[in-house]
Design a protein. Sequence first.
Length: 270
Amino acid sequence: MDTGDDVGANPPDTARHRRKWKTAERLLAALAALIAVIGGAVWVVHGVTRDSPVEKEQKLVEQLRPGQTLDRATEIMDNKPHYTQRLASGNRLYQYNRKWERIQLLVDPDNISVLSVGIFADRTDFRPSFPLGTESKLTINRTPYGEVLGEPSRVFGGCGVHSGSYFETHSLGETGVGAIIAVGIHDSFRGNTSMGPSCGGLQKAPEDCVPSEIEDTGAWRPRNNPQCLTSTPAGDFRKNTAIAALVVTKQLGLTEDMFQSPYVLAGGND
């Protein structure tokens, strides 16, 4: 006879199933929470490690090399030049006016090969790096003149009323970003690059120490080298002033074509 004592009571098997189901629910909830935490961490890491716009620009410019074809250099820049000019030598100059810098590609008369790459920083937060060999490199807006490769083989430049520049040249031989480099600075009519420290140093250099143009140097080397620009007080700016421009070539020598002012050429101030 059924007394009704079991009415509403859960059979033992049903209770066990419910306990297992609740345990499974807790495990699934914990797993979902863990996945959410991991996903959030991945998103944070991705956000932290993602390149900033200036870092992307630096990586882009670091790919440029003399000896590349014009097509390859244009592919790297991912844009058409803003300005071009055929020079008296027959070479053609292509210029990019970018947010942080100006880029100049000097190309042979056949319009095929890049003879030199010129990088002129407009802003001090633009810091691309380039190899000088297997164990050294230079970084624009970070490496001082005096730490590039020892004493320069040539120097030239000057400070004018409306524009000025200063460059030092070094030979790299068969290693590094090119055969010969020139590091220096050029007036920027935009951004925050300044020739102030360089001009202050040049004004303290011995008379006739620095020719005004590359074509004036010839086989010339700094007078009384290395005292010309390394001794106090003229040499102080070389120790403390970071380079702001780089011109690099695989040619046997530097030419006037490689030092066209990016801020004076028509269209250069766009």
